[in-house]
Design a protein around this ligand. Structure first.
Ligand SMILES: [Zn+2]
Length: 331
């Protein structure tokens, strides 16, 4: 028997499990290489809210975190709650698009090994750190049998976000050069916001890698995932939720199943992690941030059947056979 829940269109939700050290590393802060971790604090918070709302989602995990004993308990909690585990690289270098194909493959393999050892799941999905995707990465993912990539953020505001970031970071010219593609380029805004299948050179069949873009607002291409909502919420929670539900309604009208992402910082306030006070919206206490995330997730689940990114990719194949799309990175 079909329930009303089955009649809703599909959406996916993921968590990029970026740890304290990876933010410090990208920001050029000293002390990141002792790998400070807030996973013990934040993972139970995230899992608690997901359980309360009965949501099963995808956690993109950084291999370096899976490799460390101090994070094992948090990793196991995620797997035990039945969530999908995806690969978020090993070193979380947002300049991974500069890596050779061999180096990317080493990153993927090392992360897979540690993630599988700790969680019992071998990832079939990947999200690049900082949305830094390359042709080499796509080829390596295809060769390693991945089902999907979820590393594109089709927005025009990447350069703006990067400029804001540089103003607030203490980076040398060399470090800035390394990070010059952070948050993407203007042309990213012209990429599709619907799922599609990559056209990778030596792939002749119809089993190529599926792309599940992080959804941005139809037409305007403004991001509306939770970090942006929290940013607006630091001005007005009402405005933030109005913006979010407005974006969801635009997706409904244009028949786009959104794929949205959460970050640990959506669950942490400046009261929790002093070292990350430079981040936008860290002035809000954690309870205020979690309240906004809860309301936004309820709006999402009222309109859509929320699933994992893997579920979204499989649904795309079944329902339409994802359109082919020319790989913009191909030489
Ligand atoms: Zn990340």
């Amino acid at each position: 028997m079909r329930t009303p829940k089955d009649d809703k269109p599909i959406a996916s939700l993921s968590v990029d499990l970026d740890n304290q050290w990876s933010y410090m590393k990208t920001h050029g802060d000293r002390g990141w290489d002792s790998f400070p971790s807030y996973l013990d604090l934040v993972v139970p918070r995230i899992l608690g809210l997901l359980e309360e709302l009965d949501l099963t989602v995808t956690f993109f995990i950084v291999g370096q975190d899976a490799a460390m004993r101090k994070n094992e308990a948090a990793m196991r909690l995620i797997a035990a709650a039945g969530h999908e585990i995806g690969n978020h690289s090993f070193h979380h270098d947002p300049w991974i698009h500069l890596y050779t194909e061999r180096a990317v493959e080493d990153e993927l393999t090392l992360a897979e090994e540690h993630i599988e050892r700790v969680t019992g799941q071998r990832p079939v999905g990947y999200r690049a750190p900082g949305y830094s995707l390359s042709n080499a990465t796509l080829r390596a993912l295809q060769r390693r049998g991945y089902l999907y990539d979820a590393s594109t953020l089709p927005t025009f505001i990447g350069p703006l976000a990067r400029a804001y970031y540089f103003v607030n970071a203490r980076l040398s010219d060399e470090e800035k050069n390394q990070r010059k593609a952070l948050f993407g380029s203007l042309s990213d805004g012209f990429r599709p916001i619907r799922p599609y299948r990559w056209q990778i050179e030596d792939d002749a069949g119809d089993d190529g890698l599926i792309e599940i873009p992080v959804t941005t607002m139809p037409f305007l291409r403004l991001p509306f995932h939770f970090s942006y909502i929290e940013h607006i919420a630091s001005i007005s929670p009402f405005l933030a939720l109005t913006y979010f539900t407005g974006a969801l309604d635009l997706c409904l009208i244009t028949r786009i199943g959104p794929s949205l992402l959460l970050h640990p910082l959506d669950f942490l306030g400046g009261d929790d992690v002093d070292a990350l006070a430079f981040f936008p919206a860290m002035g809000l206490p954690s309870e205020a941030k979690i309240r906004v995330v809860r309301e936004a997730l309820i709006s999402l689940a009222n309109r859509y059947r929320v699933t994992t990114v893997k579920g979204h990719a499989l649904n795309t194949i079944q329902s339409s056979g994802a359109d082919r799309f020319q790989n913009p990175f191909a030489p």
